[in-house]
Design a protein around this ligand. Sequence first.
Ligand code: FES
Length: 357
Amino acid sequence: MAEHFHALTVAEVVPETDEAVSIRFTVPPELTETYRFKPGQHVTLMGIVDGEEVRRNYSLCIAPADGALKVTVKRIAGGAFSNWANDNVKPGDKLAVMPPHGSFTVPFAPGNARRYVAIAGGSGITPILSLIRTALETEPASRFTLFYGNRDSRSIIFLEALAELKDRYMGRLELFHFLAEEAGDVPLFNGMLDAQRCAEAVDQLVPDTGAVDAWFICGPGPMMDAAESVLLERGIERGRIHIERFTAGRPSAGEAAAIARVQQQAAGQTIAVTLDGRTRQIAFDGGNILDSARKAGMPAPFACKAGVCATCRAKLVSGTVEMAANYGLTDEEVAEGYVLTCQSVPTSEGVTVDYDV
Ligand code: FES
């Protein structure tokens, strides 16, 4: 088994829609602690598809209190792993699963009386369902509002689970469905959650934006960008806006050229890397710190290699680096000195990174 992964047995495969399945894993007692998670976190799955190793991150759709480990995998057009998983995975199979990680979460506590709002699109509901369940269950005085965008009612993942939560936590969960290709009576809900609709929805349905303690956004890239700018335009502090991205846009030609210059300058430099309690001096390969460490035989963890998932997170202990992209770290993590090693290039001598903290 590749480093950092464990082979977990698939206990159950549940079709959620025509295009998505949930996969529940059995976690053996000796790994219970390793697979404990916070609501909103994800796991990396690894499979061999057409002879090639493929790694993908999937959010856990259950609440930690549910005592299970379950992800939802939605088919993506041309998506190697998602189509393979939808077509092939069955109970009894063993899949390589990395322990949960990710920072798309906030601390929940029974004494809190908070107001949460989530804006989700498609399979972006997965981590948000986990957050909603946890908030409503753990914090009896908290309220949650969800805007959920989909193509049509057939493609809504967790339609019933959400309706049940709404019934169970009467008055504490507000649920608004937005359908791009299906018209209902209320014009506001007919269409995609683009910037204009998001703005109207926030203004009409969440007039008390200042009272919202945390906003959660997860879905297709353009929807997340639109939702984020709508919230920022309304003066909402960045620290209250939590965004979970699973794909990244391409850097502009100018950005790519700038990072290529830094890579060239740093090629051959010695960097110190700590992993699993051992520190080694290795040569920077002219690409990024993650690849340099792996080429030197260190099993540094990764999934997306696109600056999105934060699986390759390490702490910069000394020296300076430049990140080509960072969609995966929060502002606090950056302030604490964490970097995404798959995106990091040394910009000084004496760079030391530590994967263990
Ligand atoms: S491997 Fe995903 S951010 Fe680096």
